[in-house]
Design a protein around this ligand. Structure first.
Ligand code: SF4
Ligand code: SF4
Length: 382
């Protein structure tokens, strides 16, 4: 490697450049930053820029993307448009699963952007209901009457997705994925179609220690990481959980990457931004919303976030009429030959984002498994 581009989105990750230099033996590099967590203007004696066009096209042999998912799709798209073919992605969310930082090559994946378009992060349900039932669940799992996603549909759509795109991180979730007694089969299907993708399972953690041995084996042997969201009830079983992970040698991440789980990192607040009025600034939301790159796959439909694809649950339960248009998703079953045009569409403003206020409303987290009201999910504007 003669000259490489480092593209990163959080100043706390800059130190990883030294590790990359050691592993990949490059001397010359330029640095590009993205987003409001990357504010430095230089690293040692190297300038940091925020516009890729300050460089000459064809200047670089390859790029390293050092990022916290999910905010990477726009970075990949810019690199593609800049004629960069080879990208090494370092998903910093996985740093806590490494025993030591010298193992970082285990969380770096190489992609060729001219092979297929690269999607940074996709989440998809393997089970719709949940055993925790948080008030205002953004996936509407506490009012969803359906349960497991059919294995046939799951396989069919992952097969289509893998034919069209490379994916850096695929997150299996719900609802609560461990309520699905066939979870092992879903993992094996995901691994079959995405052997080089980081596959993890997002869970509230409450069922983990009663996982059957066969599932433990599948998770360990397929290098699947478990991402435990830190809701208040997890506090009571933390010691048991940590013992379980260590005993079974399962890779795991707590919350947003914290190593030490204490009162400070437990989720005590939830947020909502959905309204009944479709008149907010979709362009602003598509650049700033916290969920804008939590791309969600439901059946063969892929949307910017979970809401447009799950909103029918709200429409049916509360007899309201949120409108979903063709502009709110792409249907991967209708795509014969993939192109970066779909990625561009996914990054562009969609119609559904007009339903969301740019400033989320915060409320106290609580369990609510009955008497859920429309107001639990909708911002009450005065
Ligand atoms: S844990 Fe809470 S937020 Fe997560 S899926 Fe279950 S109900 Fe929804
Ligand atoms: S619909 Fe758009 S603005 Fe609303 S949460 Fe999803 S990505 Fe954000």
């Amino acid at each position: 490697m003669k000259n490489v581009l480092i593209y990163y989105n959080n100043d706390n990750l800059l130190y990883l450049i030294e590790k990359l230099k050691d592993i990949y033996k490059f001397k010359y590099y330029s640095i590009l930053k993205k987003g409001d967590r990357a504010i430095s203007n230089c690293y040692h004696d190297v300038n940091i820029y925020d516009d890729i066009n300050v460089f000459e096209k064809d200047d670089f042999d390859c790029a390293f993307v050092i990022s916290e998912s999910p905010f990477v799709n726009e970075m990949y798209y810019e690199l593609y448009k800049f004629n960069i073919k080879i990208v090494y992605t370092l998903n910093a969310e996985y740093l806590p699963i490494l025993e030591d930082n010298n193992e970082i090559c285990n969380i770096i994946t190489k992609f060729n952007l001219t092979d297929k378009p690269l999607i940074g992060y996709i989440e998809t349900h393997v089970y719709n209901q949940c055993n925790l039932n948080c008030k205002g669940c953004t996936h509407f799992s506490n009012i969803d009457s359906s349960n497991a996603i059919s294995l046939e549909s799951f396989e069919k759509n992952l097969s289509i997705l893998s034919r069209l795109y490379n994916v850096n991180t695929l997150r299996l979730m719900g609802g609560e994925p461990f309520l699905n007694s066939d979870l092992g089969k879903y993992i094996l299907i995901a691994k079959k179609y995405f052997p080089n993708t980081n596959i993890d399972i997002a869970t509230n953690g409450l069922l983990l220690t009663s996982m059957p041995q066969e599932l433990i084996k599948i998770i360990r042997e397929n290098n699947i990481a478990i991402k435990v969201s830190l809701y208040i009830p997890i506090n009571k079983i933390m010691n048991r959980l940590e013992d379980f992970f260590n005993r079974n040698k399962i890779k795991h991440i707590y919350g947003n990457g914290c190593k030490q789980v204490d009162d400070n990192v437990l989720i005590r607040k939830f947020h909502k931004c959905l309204t009944l009025e479709k008149n907010f600034d979709a362009k602003y939301n598509s650049r700033n919303c916290f969920a804008r790159e939590c791309w969600f796959l439901k059946g063969s439909l892929l949307a910017k976030c979970v809401t447009p694809l799950q909103i029918e649950i709200i429409n049916e339960k509360y007899n309201v009429n949120f409108e979903v248009t063709n502009n709110d998703f792409i249907d991967i079953s209708k795509i014969k030959q993939s192109s970066w045009n779909e990625i561009e569409k996914m990054l562009s403003p969609n119609d559904f984002c007009k339903y969301c206020v740019p400033m989320e409303e915060e409320y106290d987290w609580e369990i609510k498994n009955k008497n859920q009201k429309l107001e639990d999910y909708i911002v009450c504007r005065r």
